[in-house]
Ligand binder design. Structure first.
Ligand SMILES: NC(=O)c1ccc[n+]([C@@H]2O[C@H](COP(=O)([O-])OP(=O)(O)OC[C@H]3O[C@@H](n4cnc5c(N)ncnc54)[C@H](OP(=O)(O)O)[C@@H]3O)[C@@H](O)[C@H]2O)c1
Length: 338
């Protein structure tokens, strides 16, 4: 039997486990340590995280890909992660639509590979019935990136869309969302993922040497738009050869290369309206969230190693554990006390 979620005393912070990196480096710099998460104020919500997505961005951050500041000695352990699904534990005074016990998914700007987060109410939506915890956690960031990319490229009914890296976390969402918009999709992937891509509604094509010739055979009159979720010179060159308008070529990976070619660098910021749309698609079964592998929070380093292999279909998710939601009467009483 699950232990009921312990409702906290109003005003108290909570100390719970988080994955942090102690310094930039390989997966060995990851530690699980206890960190404090404050009581939510105003329109903030404190969520007990059940599961959280892992993205290449987490690996880039951990390895010190971005500027860390002037003084490495000042480096403090930092949490990783962005998207999560969990149970509302406490709400700020001005939160009106959520109560302790509500099941939500959302994103955090202060890490999500942790057992508790505090986020603005505007960064959460309710978990749809029918979407499992791990699927809900895996949907948020990749789904948003895919949807934002399709919006930026203006993908519309009848378009022929080329997706590079179509089997990955972002690519698999982009394929399905483009199909929902009425586009035809050709997606690049390893042969091992071709059946998966067919099941999502795309025509698969192997990347690597000879890619352009294979694409010309599948798309003899070219494509209308291309989304690069893989990176590399070959992906961009193939897109430029097939899509006449470079403004309809976007890269989530190679910004400098895309800009130099007149294509679009795609830097995505999460927006609640997109998350609402994604939750609706996934909740109604029109968008399938495929989870490649689930790792316990304490096995975060193994999860990072698995993602770093750079191949596979769908998402990798970290599991924090699921407490039972409090009973409705307890939730109402807690709301009055808070
Ligand atoms: N700019 C932004 O705001 C933003 C947002 C989200 C993601 N991203 C970036 O987008 C990229 C994809 O993210 P993701 O979460 O989808 O990663 P992912 O889950 O690791 O997927 C990447 C996929 O690329 C495929 N792949 C590997 N080498 C390839 C190649 N040479 N050609 C074509 N496909 C290849 C792999 O599938 P196979 O097994 O078929 O090889 C893999 O599934 C990452 O670089 C990420 O950092 C950027």
């Amino acid at each position: 039997m699950q232990a009921a979620i312990p409702l906290p005393s109003p005003g108290t912070s909570v100390r719970s486990r988080a994955v942090v990196y102690e310094r930039p480096g390989g997966p060995e710099v990851l530690r699980v340590m206890r960190v404090d998460t404050p009581w939510p104020r105003g329109r903030e919500v404190r969520v007990r995280v059940v599961a959280a997505g892992l993205q290449p961005w987490d690996l880039a951050q951990r390895s010190g890909w971005f500027a860390l500041g002037r003084d490495d000695d000042a480096f403090r352990p930092r949490p990783l992660g962005c998207d999560f699904a969990g149970i509302v534990e406490a709400v700020g005074d001005n939160v009106r639509d959520l109560l302790p016990g509500d099941e939500v998914l959302g994103w955090s700007d202060t890490g999500a590979h942790r057992e508790h987060v505090v986020v603005p109410e505007a960064q959460l939506v309710r978990r749809p019935a029918g979407l499992s915890w791990i699927q809900a956690a895996a949907l948020v960031a990749s789904g948003q990136s895919a949807l934002a990319a399709l919006e930026a490229l203006g993908v519309a009914p009848g378009d022929r869309l080329l997706v590079h890296g179509a089997a990955g976390g972002v690519g698999s969402m982009a394929v399905q969302l483009a199909r929902l918009r009425g586009a035809q999709v050709v997606g690049t992937a390893r042969e091992a993922n071709h059946d998966y891509l067919r099941a999502l509604g795309a025509t698969p094509v192997r990347y690597g040497e000879g890619l352009l010739a294979r694409l010309h055979a599948l798309l003899p009159s070219g494509a209308d738009a291309a989304l690069d979720a893989a990176g590399g010179e070959a992906a961009l060159q193939a897109s430029l050869a097939l899509v006449p308008d470079p403004a309809r070529i976007g890269s989530l990976v190679d910004f400098a290369r895309a800009e130099a070619a007149g294509a679009r660098p795609l830097r995505v910021r999460c927006e609640r309206r997109r998350l609402l749309a994604l939750a609706q698609f996934a909740g109604s079964g029109r968008l399938h969230v495929h989870v490649r592998r689930v790792f316990d929070l304490v096995d975060a380093a193994a999860a990072h190693r698995a993602l770093a292999q750079g191949h596979g279909c769908g998402k990798i998710v970290l599991w924090m554990g699921r407490p039972a939601a409090p009973a409705a009467a307890t939730r109402r009483r807690h709301r009055r006390l808070a």
